[in-house]
Design a protein around this ligand. Structure first.
Ligand SMILES: *Cc1c(COP(=O)(O)O)cnc(C)c1O
Length: 454
């Protein structure tokens, strides 16, 4: 069969409240043109994030009921730990309430003012935690990863020469090397197994620990299976094993590739570092067998990890985004190519070329998508990354709008509706104007800034 169908049936539904364009224009104004400020029941299709928005399976909801809420030593923790270790064989697995809490623990312990932490591309919370520790977060993506329209199988790869050069020059200032899979900020693009191994080898050569931000490890493994020579006949589990074998630790958001609504973990090999992390965990998150989560959450994660590696699921997952991206591309809407694993990224800077980067074309496009179709996407561009630590501003490398697909939530007709909204938008895009920021916090401004149309 040529149609890749949703490999699940729907047992429980949530109604969508329909709104009119006039209503949405008012709601947008009241939200100060920041889509994070909208009430989600005023959104028709919510593509703000794929984080924590997954539809849990019947088996996960069943596992929720078996959750044990004992403060210490609950069986839920041991099921969680075994499920993680089944995929990533780390000695220490430390639960946290979400991914950024794992990042906070890690960078609190290893990063100091003056330090530099290189990555293929840091995600915004990772960057925020590194900068909060006084260190500098440096992105070293391959050149191909910076060109949205360029097709390349592994645009999430690290620039290995740049990594080597940075380590050679600034060796003493670099406490660790990080790698994000898939590369969320860079378009949901995967890194190849070869590139991950090579980056780990360079880190090892300079005796630096190598950490993986593994939020979308299963999607990355699926792309490796699809696209990397020699990987086609291997199981997803074997590929995942190979990815993490070369790492000294990982940070993880279970809100992504674990199908959970909340949760995360920090995994480590080093005993001393793990002990310090657990001490800090007790201060900030909770006892090491629950780490800020309920026992039921740990069970939902454990079950989710057994479902995320299903190849029928991964095939459908990646195909949904490719389908939308192909149709947008065919109508001349510039998209990041190839489609990312968890999202379609529209190149707003190219699509709205009459809006200069410092007037936030990504934000303008995200607002227009909401007003026209009730679709909520997310700006990943100058609003998110344009503000420097000293308060100055410069255009981000790209101005993208991310349409992130919640896992197992929307169907093909939702995808067709998204494409139709773009058809309408493409016809009237020249009338869209940019925005200015009228109020902003000192960091991670995209969450709370207020805007006014120009
Ligand atoms: C979501 C995400 C994080 C942070 O995880 P939270 O659970 O949202 O705190 C870190 N890195 C990447 C790549 C992510 O996508």
């Amino acid at each position: 069969m040529k149609t890749i169908i949703e490999p699940f049936r729907i047992k429980s539904v949530e109604p969508i409240r329909m709104t009119t364009r006039e209503e949405r224009a008012d709601l947008l104004k009241a939200a100060k043109y920041n889509l994070f400020k909208l009430h989600s029941d005023d959104v028709i299709i919510d593509l703000l994030t794929d984080s924590g928005t997954s539809a849990m399976s019947a088996a996960q909801w069943g596992a929720v009921m078996t959750g044990d809420e004992s403060y210490a030593g609950a069986p839920s923790f041991y099921r969680f730990e075994a499920a993680v270790r089944n995929l990533m064989d780390f000695k220490h697995i430390i639960p946290t309430h979400q991914g950024r809490a794992a990042e906070h623990l890690l960078f609190n312990l290893i990063a100091k003012p003056g330090h530099i932490i290189p990555s293929n591309t840091h995600f915004d919370t990772t960057r925020g935690n590194i900068e909060a520790a006084g260190a500098e977060a440096v992105d070293l993506p391959i050149a191909e990863g910076k060109i949205p329209s360029l097709d390349h199988p592994f645009k999430g790869n690290m620039d290995l020469e740049a990594l080597e050069a940075l380590l050679r020059e600034k060796r003493d200032s670099i406490p660790a090397v990080m790698m994000t899979i898939t590369n969320n900020a860079g378009g949901g693009q995967p890194a190849s197994l070869e590139n991950i191994r090579a980056a780990a080898q360079i880190a090892q050569h300079y005796r630096k620990p190598f950490f993986i931000d593994g939020c979308r490890f299963a999607e990355n493994a699926w792309f490796i299976k699809l696209r990397e020579p020699g990987q086609q006949d291997r199981s997803i589990k074997a590929i995942i094993h190979d990815i993490f074998e070369v790492a000294d630790g990982m940070t993880m958001s279970a809100k992504k590739d674990a199908f959970a609504n909340i949760g995360g973990w920090l995994a480590l090999r080093d005993d001393a570092l793990a002990e310090r992390a657990r001490t800090l965990l007790i201060q900030t998150e909770g006892f090491p067998t629950y780490g800020g989560l309920a026992g039921r959450d740990l069970d939902a994660i454990a079950q989710g990890l057994s479902e995320i590696i299903d190849e029928d699921y991964l095939r459908y997952r990646v195909r949904t985004n490719a389908y939308i991206a192909e149709r947008l591309d065919a109508m001349g809407v510039p998209v990041v190519k190839p489609a990312g694993g968890h999202a379609v990224f529209v190149d707003a800077r190219a699509f709205l070329s009459h809006i200069p980067p410092l007037e936030y074309p990504g934000q303008a496009l995200a607002c227009a998508l909401y007003e026209m179709g009730g679709i909520r996407g997310c700006e990943i561009g100058t609003v998110m990354f344009g503000r420097k630590p000293d308060g100055s501003e410069e255009p981000a490398r790209m101005d993208l709008v991310r349409l992130a697909m919640p896992r197992r939530v929307y169907t093909q007709s939702h995808a067709d509706y998204i494409v139709e909204v773009f058809e309408d938008l493409a016809a009237s895009k020249d009338q869209l104007s940019g925005l200015k920021i009228v109020k902003e916090p000192p960091m991670m401004r995209h969450f709370t800034s207020e805007f006014a149309p120009l």
